[in-house]
Design a protein around this ligand. Structure first.
Ligand SMILES: Cc1ncc(COP(=O)(O)O)c(C=O)c1O
Length: 375
């Protein structure tokens, strides 16, 4: 599929907007609605007669998500969003007084606040030091010791696009036997992910950013080797091996399905089905290449204009987010908004292109910037 063909799936949004805001919310392809309609058509025609087919399809959708991160379907639970997944995992860990967890204040609140709540259990909260918008591995290492039970970080930092060295951090966790938890919402769908290679124990995401899906559905990955160790308080009939026997004894699924208490958001999950097929067809590495190519054009223009770039430009620390800054950035953001250009204000102007963007989008972004800085 060439870019033109891909853009057609994202009409009319790609024509209405210069949409460079996947880090807030990605555009969804038209076929995601068709996926959702598959379920609605069945529901309108047959009520819930095919309920067991929906259950089987949900497993297949989890398998497709699992393939995207190199995990098995038994390791995937359907959740509402990243925050919910993180809470399930964090609250399922068995902490004792004197344990510590290593996190950072620079992460999104959902990957910081639930960790802070562990203070009540006598857990020490250790902060990784952030230096010039970066968290080098040495800074993570400095905070880890034999009492570290978990290390958590975003795969890509939401304010400035810094990409974490997941493999190195995963190795540090392995050395001390700490759980490695990753909030992957800012990279899944834009950067390749391999939970086994990076030694990730828990990974959480929503679907509505780089995964191009609807709001209200996400995924929790839990490494099968630790599924037994992570307990759940989110228990219902669907957490059990035989829900249709309406059990009265507490026996939980041996898979990540134990985190699912009840009926799944079928319509939202069905929307994800063709989107996951799309990612497998187009291949995430091609998406990365496309987006980094667009960002290379932007970087060249920013350097020519002497505009400050906030994001790290080290090859291994780059992601699909690029942040630059100007004087009175709010005014530039307003100008962009008034010209139908969608970006976000974070540590500067946050630009987040996806597979549906093209060079014209970057040209338009830059021409408004030139007008603003008088270049
Ligand atoms: C790194 C990161 N984590 C989590 C979230 C939000 O999580 P949720 O999926 O719970 O809405 C965001 C939203 O911007 C984010 O950037």
């Amino acid at each position: 599929m060439d870019n033109q063909e891909i853009r057609a799936h994202f009409e009319p949004a790609v024509s209405n907007w210069t949409y460079l805001n996947a880090a807030a919310c990605g555009l969804s392809p038209r076929f995601s609605k068709a996926g959702c309609e598959t379920w609605w058509n069945d529901k309108l025609t047959n009520g819930s007669v095919n309920y067991h087919t929906w259950e089987d399809d949900a497993l297949e959708i989890k398998a497709k998500f699992g393939k995207l991160i190199n995990a098995e379907k038994e390791e995937i639970a359907c959740v509402m969003n990243t925050s919910e997944g993180l809470n399930f995992a964090i609250n399922g860990m068995d902490f004792k007084k004197g344990d510590n967890v290593v996190v950072n204040k620079y992460d999104f609140p959902s990957n910081f606040l639930p960790w802070l709540a562990l203070k009540q259990k006598g857990v020490e909260i250790r902060l990784m030091e952030v230096m010039n918008n970066r968290i080098p591995v040495e800074n993570v290492q400095k905070s880890i010791d034999e009492n570290t039970r978990a290390v958590s970080i975003s795969s890509v930092q939401f304010k400035n696009g810094f990409r974490s060295d997941l493999e190195a951090i995963g190795n540090l966790c392995k050395e001390v036997g700490a759980y490695f938890v990753v909030d992957a919402i800012q990279s899944l769908g834009a950067l390749e992910m391999d939970v086994k290679r990076y030694g990730i124990d828990i990974l959480c995401t929503s679907s509505y950013k780089w995964l191009l899906g609807p709001d209200g559905v996400g995924f929790l990955y839990c490494n099968k080797d630790i599924l037994d160790e992570i307990s759940t308080t989110n228990i219902g009939w669907m957490s059990t091996p035989d829900p249709w026997s309406f059990p009265t004894e507490l026996e939980l699924m041996k898979t990540a399905q134990k985190f699912e208490s009840g009926t799944l958001p079928w319509a939202l999950l069905y929307s994800m089905d063709p989107i996951l097929d799309f990612f497998h067809k187009v291949k995430v590495r091609n998406i990365t290449e496309h987006v980094l190519g667009l960002l290379d054009c932007l970087i060249e223009e920013l350097e020519a204009l002497h505009v400050s770039i906030v994001s790290s430009l080290r090859e291994s620390e780059r992601s699909c987010i690029l942040v630059f800054d100007v004087k009175n950035r709010e005014k530039l953001a307003e100008l962009y908004q008034s010209r139908n250009v969608r970006i976000s204000l974070r540590d500067g102007i946050r630009v987040a292109p996806h597979i549906y963007n093209n060079e014209d989008d970057i040209t338009r972004l830059v021409s408004i910037l030139k007008e603003y800085v008088g270049g």
